[in-house]
Each structure stands twice: as C-alpha cells, then as structure tokens.
Ligand binder design. Structure first.
Ligand SMILES: [Zn+2]
Length: 228
C-alpha cells in the first residue's frame, strides 16, 4: 500500500496532478572507479498509472550526509545512448554529465539520471529519425522533432521530484541551462537556492547550442562561446 512517504501528486507543466509512487529503491552502492573515487550509485523504480520506469542516481557522499547539506548540487540528467555510450559528438550531454560529476568531487552532489529520457523523452527511434532528417535537410534538432512527432520534448520530471522528496533534499543548487527544470521543481515543493550553469564550449556544436538558446530559452552565455 502506498504511504505518504513513497507517493506524491506531482504537478506537471500544465498543472495536471499526476500521482507518482515508488516501487523499489536501492541506495549507497559504492562506485568502483579511478576517476570518481568515493562516489555512490543508487536506483529508484517509480510508477504512475501503469507506467514503470527506473532512474539511476550518482552521488559523491552517502545519502545521509547528502540530505543534511544546506543546498547540495543537483543535476537532473537525461540519458543519451548515442553520446554517453557511443560517444556520438552531435550533442553536449556527456560533457554536461561529467562536468557535474567533476564538481561533485569537491562538494556534495547528486545526479538523477533518467534512463527513459532518450531524445528528450521521444525515444531512440524518434531521435535517430530526427538525426537523419537533420543530415538531409540541415534543420535543427528541435525543428526535426517537431516535423516528425509534433512535439519537441516529452520529458517528465515527476519521478525526479518524487526521488528528491524521498531523499529529503528539498533545497538545492540546480545545475542546468534549462529554465523549465527550475520552474517545475519550484512548483512541486523543491526550493532552488541558485542555478549553476552547465554550458559546454565546443565549436563543432555551436549551431546545436544556439538552437537550445533560441528555441528552448536555455541559459547559455554565448559571449564566452563566440570568443573561443
Ligand atoms: Zn545527447
């Protein structure tokens, strides 16, 4: 049976209340890594309606220490099979992930890695269709997604909100360029003490970064990027 601790109604961007619950979780599994010594892994399985998904956690100190920090660094990170696993260079996802993890070497922090967020929640098949379209027509990733699916972002952050409440992390510093993430956390009882930018400076993806700024209102400091 659901309890108040493991179930919560999350308000999405259109203010619909969706009831999320926790099915299972595991915390404080030590990382075996030369680059990220002392880090931990965890995982949550969450459910809303009949949909069940798993989410990975990566963090730099035991959860009990993390939750007692005044405002730990948190990144809500979407999975990117093409970048994170294959090393495809079209996007900046992998650099952003490791940027967060590198900061977490010197301060307590948490990454919630959403494994079902491939292609902004549209899925790997739609993502690869859009890559083909981008190659053939020279359009942006957002325009390709819109032409193919009529949506350019289907990601939900309800599970991340549920996980943060379950961990007792309700005041944080959010590492993101995406204003939507800050908005949805604050609308669901998570105080964002500050936003830490996650801009990647790589000349070969400037067009992609510009499309994030122009079509999704991401905070990206182009003065810095244009000068490089
Ligand atoms: Zn990516």
């Amino acid at each position: 049976m659901e309890t108040e601790e493991n179930a919560r109604s999350i308000h999405d961007q259109t203010s619909q209340a969706i009831r999320y619950s926790i099915v299972d979780k595991v915390l404080d599994v030590p990382f075996v890594s030369t680059d990220y010594q002392g880090f931990f892994m965890g995982a949550y399985k969450t459910c809303f309606s009949t949909w069940v998904a798993e989410h990975a956690l990566i963090y730099s100190c035991p959860v009990d220490e993390l939750r007692h920090q005044e405002a730990p660094l948190v990144r809500i990170n979407s999975a990117c099979f093409t970048g994170d696993i294959l090393g495809d260079r079209r996007c900046d996802c992998t650099e952003q992930l490791h940027m967060a993890m590198n900061i977490m070497k010197s301060e307590p922090g948490l990454v919630i890695y959403h494994m079902h967020h491939e292609g902004r929640g549209l899925g790997l098949t739609s993502k690869l269709h859009s890559y083909k379209k981008m190659n053939e027509e020279g359009i942006s990733t957002f325009e390709a997604h819109k032409q193919l699916t009529n949506r350019n972002d289907l990601r939900s952050y309800g599970s991340a909100i549920l996980i943060l409440h379950d961990l007792g992390i309700t005041n944080l510093r959010l590492m993101t360029n995406n204003p939507n993430k800050k908005f949805i956390l604050e609308a669901n009882g998570i105080a964002v003490a500050s936003v830490v930018g996650a801009a990647v400076d790589r000349p070969d993806i400037r067009q992609y970064l510009r499309s994030k700024r122009d079509e999704q209102a991401h905070f990206i400091d182009f003065d810095l990027i244009e000068k490089s």
